[in-house]
Design a protein around this ligand. Structure first.
Ligand SMILES: Nc1ncnc2c1ncn2[C@@H]1O[C@H](COP(=O)(O)OP(=O)(O)OP(=O)(O)O)[C@@H](O)[C@H]1O
Length: 337
């Protein structure tokens, strides 16, 4: 039997398709009570990981469990985990209600559950319409309704914001937040765009080329951001020298001829430049946003100068988990394994 914890554990998971290492030694844990974003650029291995979690792809190594068990050992899995994967089709001439009834029968829940879940996803008034005529956003809602049929403890959604308008995204946020927080369920949503799910998630697992790059709370990721000041001096070389002589070493030239200074205020830099007799034509505070951080984590090097790389605010595995878990995979912009 599964342990009923609602916990997802991915441990040293790998998948190779021929010469392609789709997922490499990936580890993370998702706890109930919050919405976790599973983020990475196109081809990072998100869908493959979710498919392994859902028992649709066999891992080359490692394991993915829900409630302490691989999907194949969950008994009636639809009662434990509901999922929406990309490109799921509907019979076009079947009404939404009938579509749901077919699935309800397959997992052994009563017909009336079809109307309940239609109400939950805001499709109550479209129950008798054919799914073939649904908009992309409506199809997303119907897919979510299907995932909810078994009243599962865990929800796994692949790119759920695709096709949703801003109102739909707001609705989804409220729905998933209340599903996770008020009912202490586990929600894992994947996306290749951080800004699309930023409003939706509390925790984040960021992967790139199948490797975990960050795993922790979104708040901590935000706090770890370091802003910098972009200075346009008459003589960049002289300014760099003056700053370094005054102990400000997180300084680097930018390709457009400016000087990026981290860890100092506009006033400090202005005072120093004035003291050194260096004319400054402009200064601009540049706050690193989450999207830039995401890009840095998944694409390459931190854009600032040496010595200013932020430390990962890694939250660590839950108590009782062995240290061989994801924290050993934490690194920022370093070489990918
Ligand atoms: N069945 C398969 N056969 C061969 N290669 C595959 C297969 N499925 C995925 N891949 C490859 O594995 C890598 C990871 O793909 P995956 O779909 O998991 O990434 P993703 O992060 O979900 O990307 P996206 O955001 O574009 O959906 C890609 O290089 C992809 O081409």
């Amino acid at each position: 039997m599964h342990d009923g914890s609602g916990r997802i554990v991915v441990q040293n998971l790998s998948k190779q398709f021929g010469a392609v290492n789709a997922v490499q030694n990936l580890s993370f844990t998702v706890e109930p009570g919050s919405v976790t974003g599973f983020l990475g650029p196109n081809g990072a291995g998100k869908t493959t990981t979710l498919r392994m979690l859902l028992g649709l792809v066999t891992p080359t190594a490692g394991q993915a469990t829900i409630n302490g068990r691989p999907h194949s050992q969950l008994g009636n899995p639809a009662r434990v985990v509901g999922s929406v994967l990309e490109n799921e089709g509907f019979h076009p001439s079947r009404t939404a209600r009938n579509h749901l009834r077919v699935y309800a029968a397959a997992i052994g829940v009563p017909d009336r559950r079809a109307d309940e879940v239609l109400g939950l996803v805001g499709l109550g008034s479209a129950a008798d319409r054919k799914a073939g005529g649904f908009s992309l956003g409506m199809r997303q809602r119907l897919a979510l309704a299907t995932a909810l049929l078994g009243d599962p403890q865990v929800l796994v959604l692949d790119e759920p914001t695709n096709g949703l308008d801003p109102e739909g995204i707001l609705w989804l946020r409220n729905f998933l937040r209340s599903y996770a927080r008020e009912q202490r369920r586990t929600v894992l949503v994947s996306s290749h765009l951080l800004n699309e799910v930023e409003q939706l998630i509390d925790q984040v697992v960021i992967i790139s080329q199948g490797v975990t790059r960050y795993y922790g709370s979104l708040d901590q990721l935000r706090k770890s951001q370091q802003s910098r000041v972009l200075v346009q001096p008459a003589d960049p070389g002289a300014l760099v020298k003056a700053l370094q002589e005054n102990g400000i070493t997180a300084v680097s030239p930018t390709p457009d001829g400016r000087v990026a200074v981290a860890g100092s205020s506009v006033q400090q830099i202005g005072d120093l430049a004035a003291k050194a007799g260096i004319a400054v034509y402009g200064m601009q505070e540049d706050h690193a946003d989450l999207e830039r951080m995401f890009f840095q984590l998944t694409q390459g090097q931190f854009a600032g100068g040496p010595g200013q790389q932020p430390q990962p605010q890694y939250q660590g595995p839950p108590p009782g988990y062995p240290p061989s878990g994801p924290q050993q995979q934490q690194h920022w912009g370093g070489p990918q394994r």
